[in-house]
Design a protein around this ligand. Structure first.
Ligand code: SF4
Length: 215
């Protein structure tokens, strides 16, 4: 069964997610340690550890393999104008990426936002490029930095605070709106090249503190 979440932070926009870290091969450095952005991942703390939050993410990991999954997803998005992939987790399989591409292609009425680190791996680049070529899709390749460093490949980055906004990035102002999007849809907008998210949460603050003391 399709398990879609309604996220209040995203103004009630629907999202489809997997369990964080275990589906996030792009979260690792070559030596197996977590990249800075994933060391403070919000999806490994708080509510995300509750069984009722974990259950749909675990079920989704096997559910997408069903033959009818693409048509079920297309039907589930029938009335949606926006859709967020991966509030947690990532595209851990090329076969899953191909199915997501089909869902995107068959729902031109809906704008899709897909954040990912999988473009690090050559085998994902073709399908991610085909997704990005669709008018209704914005794939955002996330920078590993928590201090605003990004390059031409990236579509998002974490910054230490709103005052540290780097040139060329658009500030996510959810922090000004009780952590909610409050009508902003920049993440889904192909004309917004890079979004900068101010760090939030105690775990991320700790990562930034540790990294700052190493400089
Ligand atoms: S940039 Fe806009 S759409 Fe994206 S998370 Fe922030 S408030 Fe929401």
């Amino acid at each position: 069964m399709i398990r879609i979440s309604k996220t209040s932070k995203l103004d009630g926009i629907l999202s489809w997610s997997l369990q964080a870290l275990e589906t996030c091969q792009g979260s690792l450095n070559p030596d197996g340690t977590l990249v800075p952005a994933c060391s403070g991942c919000y999806a490994t703390t708080g509510n995300y550890n509750y069984p009722n939050v974990k259950a749909p993410r675990l079920e989704n990991k096997s559910d997408w393999k069903r033959d009818a999954w693409v048509s079920d997803m297309v039907q589930a998005l029938d009335s949606s104008r926006y859709f967020r992939w991966f509030d947690s987790g990532d595209i851990y399989s090329v076969a899953l990426a191909e199915k997501i591409f089909q869902v995107m292609e068959q729902t031109p009425w809906c704008k899709h936002w897909l954040p990912t680190r999988m473009a690090k791996f050559a085998k994902y680049q073709d399908v991610l490029s085909r997704m990005q070529a669709l008018d209704n899709v914005m794939v955002r390749f996330s920078s590993d930095s928590v201090s605003g460093e990004f390059d031409a490949r990236h579509g998002s980055v974490i910054i230490e605070n709103p005052e540290a906004l780097p040139n060329g990035a658009t500030l996510c102002e959810a922090y000004n709106n009780g952590g909610k999007c409050n009508g902003c849809r920049s993440c889904y907008n192909k004309d917004v090249a890079v979004i900068a998210y101010p760090a939030h949460g105690r775990k991320m603050s700790k990562v930034i503190r540790i990294l700052s003391t190493k400089v």
